[in-house]
Design a protein around this ligand. Sequence first.
Ligand SMILES: Nc1ncnc2c1ncn2[C@@H]1O[C@H](COP(=O)(O)OP(=O)(O)OP(=O)(O)O)[C@@H](O)[C@H]1O
Ligand SMILES: [Mg+2]
Length: 313
Amino acid sequence: MSLMIDCRNVIKIYYNRTKKIKIAALRGVELKVKKGKIVAIVGPSGAGKSTLLKILGALEFPSSGTVHVAGKLLNTFSDSQIIDYHRNWVGFVWQAPLRNVLTSEKALNNVFLPMRIAGKIPQSKQKERAKELLQAVGLGHRMNHKPSQLSGGEIQRLGIATALANDPKILLMDEPTGELDSETTAEIFTLLSELNNYFDKTIVIVSHDHYLEKKADVVYHISDGLLLNIDIARTFELDSSKEQVSYMDEFGLVRIPLSFIKELGIQNYVKIRRTTDRIEILPHIQEAVSEITLEETRKKDSKRKSSPKKKRR
Ligand SMILES: Nc1ncnc2c1ncn2[C@@H]1O[C@H](COP(=O)(O)OP(=O)(O)OP(=O)(O)O)[C@@H](O)[C@H]1O
Ligand SMILES: [Mg+2]
């Protein structure tokens, strides 16, 4: 099965210029998604979920690393390629139901208008397709209702039908059930599985809701801007307070949990020690300091040599 999404070492740094601080929202994300799969990315607030989704949707771009979707490198997209990508490749569903729909339009028009604007689906088929999609999401009996006449769960169903209007290959969903009760959440996920089977879409859902883990084909945890496939994590026996699994890429780059770095007060330099059966990473502040001092001494030395000597009186 071919890869639909392939992210390698994706780093996203936000700069707050006024406060002069850097925030590493993603710290080296590796993600491979096969075509037609439902992937759940679950993690706490601030972990980088929305940032990753926006990067997959070409709404934001990585600071470094590569993002391929269906073999296309998103990093180098021109403005016209971004428009084409948004029109033909991705559909979005956001957390707030009302963000996904036009409140002034009835359900049928909500699904029909994106087709009309994009002009990708033949005009003669647009109305018929809108009706089919509304039926597929269970809103066949609500076609002429406006969002104000629908429940939260129904509006989110309408949002899903709207996101599918132009037949995208990938559906990106940011906390799609965040504002719904548990029963409606279960219904939406059952619907997503059905849609996934029926329309053969690749679906990426991010959420803090662990419920999602039971519903997806592949599950990743995200924390501090790092992803971990839970099936791989389960193959390790871990003492969760002291141990974490981390990915090492082909160049030997390892992602170290931020909490570990902070707890040990490590900055810049570490000592890496190889023993017979392991590699240890040790804080080694003293060595770092002495190296800087050495460098400064060298600089001072070379300055002294190059400046003309003062005459002694
Ligand atoms: N435009 C931005 N400018 C500066 N920092 C940002 C920006 N967007 C996100 N961040 C920061 O990046 C980190 C990850 O944010 P992100 O929105 O991806 O988290 P999240 O997992 O979606 O959280 P939530 O569950 O609360 O939606 C956070 O520390 C956030 O404050
Ligand atoms: Mg978010």
